[in-house]
Design a binder for this molecule. Sequence first.
Ligand SMILES: CSC[C@H]1O[C@H](OP(=O)(O)O)[C@H](O)[C@@H]1O
Ligand SMILES: Nc1ncnc2[nH]cnc12
Length: 289
Amino acid sequence: MQVEIGVIGGSGLYRMAELEQIEEVEVQTPFGPPSAPITLGTLQGVRVAFLPRHGLRHQFSPSAVPARANFWALKQLGVRRVISISAVGSMREEIAPLDLVVPDQIFDRTVRRARSFFEESGPVVHVALDEPFCPDLRRALLEAATRAGARVHPQGTYICIEGPQFSTKAESRIYRSWGVDVIGMTAMPEARLAREAELCFAILALVTDYDVWHVTEEPVNVATVIQNLQRNVQTAQDVLKELIPRLPRETSCSCGDALAQAIVTAPDAVSTEVRRRYSLLLGRYLPAE
Ligand SMILES: CSC[C@H]1O[C@H](OP(=O)(O)O)[C@H](O)[C@@H]1O
Ligand SMILES: Nc1ncnc2[nH]cnc12
């Protein structure tokens, strides 16, 4: 059975306990191996691929997550939609720890991550990122979270910092003045890569803390993040159980055609070698033979 849904687990979520009939697959990609072997399993009759972004033992810091390998590997397995489960800090009083957020925008403050599959070689590709998440997958996530009885915020801007350190109070204050809603370290370059790989992508953000700006709450630390994440893992699983079996097979969004108008390099300037290397992503547009 075709694996169409990918789930990327973030901090504190290294396995998906609800998967049945599981097998582990080691995938190789032109960008090296993904963060961990990918677990293939069944959730309520639907085949799912699960990948813990920081590795099974949380070996990869946000800057070192092999994001290109992760998305390439999921695409290679046939995945068309990717749901990321992510721990975030809240930048607004009304978004409380243990709430869920389905962000609709991202502000990228990362500074040292590869952000494109086509950076070093390959044709010049400019995908649109005005809406960085799949609108249909976001809507479905939101409906699933509501059915699961979670307190969920239907939109929000996720600011992605480089880390690995948490923010200073001055940074946190300034980010808040920019109007962001939640803060994390991993949504970028994932959203960029998902779009380049023509995959639907959305984040289920689990709020773990109030970052460092709050006057009465303790500044964020790892223990709080993991503790609150653990308290919310069951909710995340419940949302996935509500979501995955109801996702229609066919998509009506434009994520699957993101490259159709995006390749600028003249076809005769793209070598056979490059066409072969990128055939998984570009084969529809620039066949190798
Ligand atoms: C462990 S605290 C900081 C860490 O948690 C978040 O990870 P993820 O998005 O993978 O859940 C945050 O982005 C940082 O990487
Ligand atoms: N306050 C915070 N800053 C960055 N990443 C986070 N992940 C969870 N909480 C965070």
